[in-house]
Design a protein around this ligand. Sequence first.
Ligand code: ADP
Ligand code: MG
Length: 703
Amino acid sequence: MSEKINVAEIFGENVFNDTVMKERLPKNVYKNLKLAMKGEKELQLADADVIANEMKDWAIEKGATHYTHWFQPLTGSTAEKHDSFISAPNENGKVLMEFSGKELIKGEPDASSFPSGGLRATFEARGYTAWDCTSPAFVREDATGATLCIPTAFCSYTGEALDQKTPLLRSMDAINEQSLRILKLFGNTTSKKVTPSVGAEQEYFIVDRDKYLQRKDLIFSGRTLFGAMPPKGQELDDHYFGAIRERIGAFMKDVNKELWKMGVSAKTQHNEVAPAQHELAPIYAQCNTATDNNQLTMEVLKKVAYRHNLVCLLHEKPFAGVNGSGKHNNWSITTDDGINLLDPGKTPHENIQFLLVLGAVMKAVDTHADLLRESASDVGNDHRLGANEAPPAIISMFLGEQLEDVVMQLIDKGDATNSIQKGKLKTGASTLPDLNKDATDRNRTSPFAFTGNKFEFRMVGSSDSIAPANVVLNTIVAESFREIADELEKADNFDMACHDMIKKLFTEHHRIVFNGNGYSDEWVEEAERRGLPNIKSMVDAVPALTAPKAIKLFESFGVFTESELRSRAEIKYEAYAKAINIEAKSMIDIASKHIIPAVVSYTTELANSVIAVSEAGVDSSTQKELLDEVTKYLKEMKAALKKLTEVTEKASDITEGKEQATYFRDVVKVAMDELRAPADKLEMIVDKEFWPFPSYGDLLFEV
Ligand code: ADP
Ligand code: MG
């Protein structure tokens, strides 16, 4: 039997949370910190000194030797530089443990190696990390020991954002301010703050580490660049929600334990659709904490897998022909006194505030579909979005039967007089209870689905930060709210004006609503008729960031400056080019040093057997046929290898940025596919003993 875990006891034990702060900090310091957390007062250095000292003592009790400013640069992962708490040794050779308020509040990593998209020249290497006191500090335990992690924002000498967190916090301010205006219109005087709530469901693959180490493609690029389909794929749907295997179960148990200790509320775990694919979902939290927690979850998944001699693949598409991984970003807007602005209640047609908010979200998503699409674009996600997989690249909104009916009543008759009610679900077995049905069925094919009291944005890639998606969601909805509030605040008759506004929003933006099958070809045609953008790749998505519409939007809320947006676009093109370049070079390496030599050895064996068999006076035509076939594909492979090598080398002559990224997509990726095709055919006919690395079957079914 494995070790027992007392969740209630360990949950949050490594978090410097409110309880700990209240317990350890002097009353006035605690009060000032709370005000700083609410954004109402700046934290003074004297208070920061006290907090830092308490934080340090607490962390040392937990075994911490180091602290780190933990931040999220634009590399896609988190970054950290560890400093130990020790002071310079005194004359007795002893050290003290020190941590000052200054060190808590501000750090200065040498930032020249982080992507800045031209915001900083390397000679201006200064970058600062600044404590985000709204996201709790925590102690992380791993092979390096215990480390006090302080969530921080990261910006340049001139204050430009170089990370994911800074714009996220800015966008939270934007939606807070505008939401409060909407609430006020409805007579709400009690809510003081509005915060987006986010729950990110995380999908991932687990493979055996010994097998992984034999796959250079997985090591270098996180996905398989070669590989024939196994005889069995996911067609039986027998993995989805299937019993969790022992080895995976032991891994999940450790993951949960680690996460719970650090205050991440890991809640749901199950097997996903593809073999070796799984999912973990936390309980939702406020937007920036949820973002930090998701980064932490990805880290923990990787580290704990390692300890179990497994590897966690977070790539969006580790295996061709098998479902990829994403992240469902569940999003709602909640007040500090517990009102969810996206809760329709039992009778949505009477919930005017909800209908107005719904109309605002429809307008936001319709107006800025391109930005939402962009926010979910990363290199790996190109294999999902716009390829023949979930979800489609066209942004549409699923409302479900009940809400769609209310919206249509308003559009058609100018008034909504009823809401379709949920029924009873008859189980038909006398020993089973009849269940209350939800008013709306689920739709799994929509990229942006209303699911009860939240929207679920399903496009984000499994390895990506959820910050960009939430920055966009928060800001575009803030813009809708602002425009609506600007008009309604002036109205003489609020009820009338609000009614007209809702009708107008629904009528003008209904084209974004689609309740059907988002994977069908008909939808692609229908969406085109409706004029909805269908942006098929990351390279095509990036320009949305710097479109005049986006610059105006983000600048007006102070979320991004134009130069920040331009830098982000540059970083994305660069990331794309670099990733494909690595993939291409890995393929060249694997093909020339592993696959081709293996196939050559096999042809030698075949040739020998042709000779031996004919010498024995037996018909050797089958051996010969096989030899011909293998030789044919080998020749194809050699030619494709030559071409890929040439086009990859040429890439460095092309101007960096959009042009180079486009070249990688249109030329290099095509040459990669041409090399893969004959190699995968060879894998099907060459003796397994000769094949230089584990197959899809080995990786997916033998964990
Ligand atoms: P579903 O079955 O619709 O996917 P779940 O109940 O499994 O929904 O929740 C999925 C994720 O959504 C979880 O992380 C959950 O905490 C989160 N979630 C639930 N309600 C909300 C909400 N009001 N706002 C944001 N996230 C939410
Ligand atoms: Mg879900």
